[in-house]
Design a protein around this ligand. Structure first.
Ligand code: G3H
Ligand code: 13P
Ligand code: NA
Ligand code: ZN
Length: 328
């Protein structure tokens, strides 16, 4: 059944767990998420990015999510719009029946240029007014996502600051976060705490604290009633990188956010954990391997079915690690 982000994350805060928010673009991802949630008794957040809407078409995506809820009526599902770059984009999603939208006013409408506080607060407030009138939740963002190792924002189809970022930009200021919540009334707030979008987060195996856990704690202390969101939370599984490269791929050495670090964040108030890259890597690795091992096969259901299984296993692992399992 459809629920709002506020409803789900209030429950997650009360019971001290986190919820992975997986991006969906196609049938296999949608089914993988639902089958994993069904197997582990987990509530679901599925989200559509601008890239997903461009690829599948917003009505197709929304209908696919509806079909998922019809087939698994016992699972609570938040249908969320990821990284809206303007109030108009969010308005369209509300109209299509999304139960939650992200207004990312930390970047301009180009998805690249960092904005000032006044702009961010103004566009986010406009979306909150619209969304709350319809029972729809809103996620905002303060700060610029960037890897504390490389200073790069990373990039996913046009969302990400251009050029090198300063440490100041890459860590959300707790004071500013508190002001932003007071000014906008957002239900959830994406913070910058050392993660970045995409597969290229860290060039070396991450050791110790690659996330600014103290910063997460401090922000959570200042805004205890606003749910924290961590974008760029893929682990970039080394086993899938190896399978991709053993079957014709050429992905350079790279590392993501270890699952244990995300779990540490959840202990300190992170409730929504955005994951896209891990499902992309699992899909690509499983399809490359299947086609390499079955060169005469040409039924797409065979290799796409492999991707479904590979993505489902990642979803199950995250539901279990984040404490989402058993909470539906
Ligand atoms: O925020 C980025 C997500 O990973 C979605 O990326 O727009 O390429 O689908 P996308
Ligand atoms: P990853 O690229 O780490 O999977 O992050 C996805 C994300 O934050 C989508 O908004
Ligand atoms: Na940002
Ligand atoms: Zn994101």
């Amino acid at each position: 059944a459809l629920i709002s982000l506020r409803q789900l994350l209030d429950h997650a805060a009360e019971h001290q767990y986190g919820v992975p928010a997986f991006n969906v673009n196609n049938l296999e991802q949608t089914r993988a998420i639902m089958e994993a949630a069904d197997a582990t008794d987990s509530p679901v957040i599925m989200q559509a990015s601008a890239g997903a809407r461009k690829y599948a078409g917003a009505p197709f995506l929304r209908a696919m999510m509806e079909a998922a809820m019809n087939e698994f009526p016992h699972i609570p599902v938040v249908v969320h719009q990821d990284h809206g770059t303007s109030p108009a984009v969010c308005q369209r999603s509300i109209q299509l029946g999304f139960s939650s939208v992200m207004m990312d006013g930390s970047l301009g409408e180009d998805g690249k240029t960092p904005t000032d506080y006044a702009y961010n607060a103004r566009v986010t407030r406009a979306v909150v007014d619209m969304a709350h009138a319809c029972g729809v939740s809103v996620e905002g963002e303060i700060g610029c996502l960037g890897s504390l190792e490389t200073g790069e924002a990373g990039e996913e189809d046009g969302i990400g600051a251009e050029g090198k970022l300063t440490l100041d930009q890459m860590l959300t200021d707790p004071e500013e976060a508190a002001q932003f919540v007071a000014d906008t009334g957002v239900d959830a707030l994406a913070i910058a705490c050392g993660t970045s979008h995409g597969a290229y987060k860290f060039t070396r195996p991450p050791t110790g604290d690659i996330l600014a856990i103290d910063r997460i704690k401090e922000i959570n202390r200042r805004i205890p009633n606003t749910h924290l969101v961590m974008h760029g939370s893929s682990a970039v599984p080394q086993d899938w990188l190896q399978i991709i490269n053993a079957n014709g791929g050429e992905i350079p050495e790279t590392y993501g956010v270890p699952v244990e670090q995300v779990v540490e964040g959840i202990k300190h108030g992170v409730r929504k954990v955005n994951i896209d890259t891990d499902l992309r890597l699992a899909a690509t690795g499983s399809i490359r391997r299947y086609l390499a091992e079955h060169p005469a096969e040409f039924d797409p259901r065979k290799y796409l079915g492999e991707s479904l299984k590979a993505m489902r296993d990642i979803c199950i692992a995250r539901y279990e690690a984040f404490g989402t399992a058993g909470q539906a």
